[in-house]
Design a protein. Structure first.
Length: 282
């Protein structure tokens, strides 16, 4: 067996572990596969004769690739204000059963919370708390001291433990959104308060945030919701406002424990085009 075949064999032995690391870092199976492919390219072009721990070397390489991808994603501001983690999708060259097992082992709730972390925090937390990598090794990846890296993981851990996780059940989401629309159309202030979190936030483009259930409820009643329809917005239940069939606005909801915690009103045509929308029957 020549060196190239030996490297390919060793890489395949570690592929499952590398994919698990990349998926937890990126929250996307397709992006995880891209990171693994980049890891293979770097391995095939590197001199590994003096590498004593190839599995650790590969983990470090893939982690650095993931960190670069997270930073690029953040710089382009691709993350929505209310993080949504879509269910992993399969393709003909993948094993759907394996992908389902991987997704279930991570959990939608954890991925949603991880999406709120800064790239370096996410990497430190994932590699140390989930994969038990020592802080001195993680420090070299994020270009920080071991002490600073430990602080990154600690800060991420506090945020994960204290995070409010959005409801992921679509049926429950639909019930809350339907109740919100019905109360808005009736002008029922008390019914709106029943579905709004006391600290609810309404965000609109180029306008100050509106905070508090009473203030948001009054705004919803003023809007009337007459042209609003329930819809899937990036896989979660939200609302589209389309008078006479002309799409004017999308409402993206963050729903937690049966209450609406955040509403983001999206009207910019470019942002709307980037959304995955599907109107639901009322």
């Amino acid at each position: 067996m020549d060196e190239g075949e030996w490297l390919a064999e060793k890489f395949e032995e570690n592929r499952g572990h590398l994919r698990a690391v990349a998926y937890r870092m990126l929250g996307s199976l397709s992006e995880a596969d891209d990171a693994i492919q980049q890891g293979w390219l770097r391995l095939s072009r590197s001199d590994t004769t003096e590498v004593e721990n190839l599995a650790g070397w590969l983990t470090t390489v893939v982690a650095r690739v993931c960190l670069d991808m997270l930073r690029s994603r953040a710089s382009r501001r691709e993350e929505p204000l209310s993080p949504h983690v879509p269910e992993p999708t399969t393709s003909p060259d993948r094993d759907p059963e394996h992908e389902a097992q991987l997704a279930n082992s991570v959990g939608l709730a954890l991925l949603v919370v991880l999406n709120t972390l800064a790239p370096a925090e996410r990497l430190a937390f994932v590699l140390h708390d989930i994969f038990a990598m020592p802080f001195d090794e993680i420090a070299r990846i994020v270009d920080r001291s071991p002490t600073a890296t430990r602080q990154l993981a600690s800060r991420a851990r506090r945020r994960v433990q204290g995070a409010v996780v959005p409801d992921s059940d679509l049926t429950r989401q639909r019930e809350v959104v339907d109740a919100f629309l019905a109360a808005s159309r009736r002008g029922d202030f008390d019914a709106l308060l029943a579905v709004l979190d006391p600290d609810v936030v309404l965000r609109m483009e180029r306008a100050p945030e509106i905070r508090g259930a009473a203030t948001v409820a009054r705004r919803a009643i003023a809007g009337g919701a007459r042209a609003a329809q329930p819809a899937l917005v990036n896989g979660a239940v939200g609302v589209v406002v389309a008078p006479r069939g002309r799409l004017l606005m999308v409402l993206d909801f963050k729903i937690t424990r049966g209450k609406i915690l955040e509403i983001e009103a999206i009207a910019d045509p470019e942002r709307v085009r980037q959304l995955d929308l599907a109107v639901l029957k009322e």
